[in-house]
Design a binder for this molecule. Structure first.
Ligand code: GLY
Length: 401
């Protein structure tokens, strides 16, 4: 049974999701609210299918509908936090103990990654999982794991480059991807709970350096920057997962939007809000953004309008836009809120949402992981599901009486 304490902490958790919407009031779309309630029930049922298909100690990565084959990962894969994170988000809606117990089981497998100093993805891996677990039921054990994770992540920061290293390269290379903005939340949290400002300083230095170097004049971002490890000079601006070095990879734009919105929330420094607004303008005013607002995998994919969509980019954008709508003037707020609504409505249709029992138990179809590498193309992905559920929670929380 769910304890009274856990319930009151759930309310606290929802409050945190709601607090950003204190400003402009929007009218709920009643049909969407109803669809969201059904989506939550369906998603919980899907994740019970998924959990039955997981080998021990493994994490879901993707599923190939045409061959009925799964791909799993170990705990070191950058996405390992999304599965427990989604289970926990769904648990806050359904109060289904099966989901909570499965989250507890997989967190035990994941917890060794707190010591992993070879990845910049510890924010994704540890905050989306243990961070959410700690919001639902705070514990000293979760806090220790999160603080150790923040310490591990901090070892990848260089005062010379002013950024956290994403990927290990050659000795002179210091490779940083826009995705890394998503790992800063873990550092902000660590300063809040420990009082040690070094985590906060690393996070804002990374955000500042990225703001200075990662963006083009049109406010789109490069995917990968190669800094000189010894001088900090930018040596190269390129892509890894996008169509071309000069193209706008859709998920990269989504990570930037979410990352700067979150950095504004954590710092209240308006320069980050301005950056988030600029990224939102790039995305929402782009002539290649389809009317259903589910982006092509790259805004400059050569085969638009026949290019594949990337549902994961859409879910990240929807969640970020709902939060950002709480920080801006009425006109912008309405624009962001409506765009997020459009995304959520479209993702709730059969076009994108999997039918019960299909899709290997994943919630959404049609994401693109790494097109240039030929991997995870037009498949379900754990992070598409995670940010979809988060965006729906944020939408619901805006209208909670
Ligand atoms: N590199 C993380 C992503 O695929 O978005």
């Amino acid at each position: 049974m769910l304890s009274a304490k856990r319930f009151s902490l759930l309310s606290c958790c929802l409050f945190i999701l709601m607090w950003c919407h204190a400003q402009t009031k929007h009218q709920p779309d009643k049909a969407l609210l109803k669809a969201i309630d059904q989506n939550m029930i369906d998603a919980a049922a899907q994740y019970k299918v998924l959990l039955q298909n997981l080998p021990a100690e493994k994490f879901p990565k993707t599923y190939f509908p045409t061959t009925d084959k799964y791909e799993f990962s170990n705990s070191g894969w950058w996405c390992s936090g999304f599965y427990p994170g989604t289970l926990l988000y769904l648990y806050t809606q359904t109060k289904d103990e099966v989901l909570y117990k499965e989250a507890q089981r997989i967190l035990e497998v994941l917890k060794k990654e707190q010591f992993n100093k070879t990845t910049h993805d510890l924010g994704f891996m540890m905050y989306c999982s243990f961070g959410n677990a700690n919001l639902i039921q705070p514990s000293a054990a979760y806090k220790d794991i999160l603080v150790t994770s923040a310490k591990s992540l901090s070892t990848r920061f260089s005062p010379v480059t002013g950024v956290i290293k994403s990927w290990d390269g050659k000795p002179n290379e210091y490779l940083v991807i826009i995705d890394n903005m998503m790992n800063l939340k873990l550092l902000f949290w660590a300063t809040q709970v420990t009082g040690d400002s070094s985590f906060y300083k690393i996070a804002v230095t990374h955000a500042n350096t990225t703001m200075k170097n990662h963006f083009r004049a049109d406010n789109s971002s490069y995917h990968v920057l190669n800094y000189h490890a010894q001088t900090g000079a930018v040596q190269q601006k390129k892509t890894a997962q996008g169509f071309a070095d000069e193209s706008a990879w859709a998920r990269g734009q989504a990570w930037g939007l979410y990352g700067y919105t979150e950095t504004y929330r954590e710092t209240k420094d308006r320069k980050y809000l301005e950056q988030a607004n600029k990224i939102a303008a790039f995305i929402l005013n782009h002539p290649n953004l389809p009317t259903d607002k589910i982006p092509y995998w790259d805004f400059n994919a050569p085969d638009i309008p026949n290019a594949l969509r990337d549902v994961s980019a859409a879910t990240i954008m929807a969640s970020a836009l709902l939060e950002l709508s709480g920080y801006v003037n009425k006109e912008l707020s309405t624009k962001y809120f409506k765009a997020a609504e459009t995304i959520l409505k479209n993702l709730s249709t059969d076009q994108y949402k999997a039918a019960a029992g299909t899709n290997g138990g994943f919630i959404l179809k049609h994401s693109v992981g790494h097109k240039p590498a030929g991997t995870e193309i037009d498949v379900p992905l754990t992070y598409a599901d995670y940010y979809f559920v988060e965006a729906m929670l944020r939408y619901k929380a805006m209208f909670k009486k």
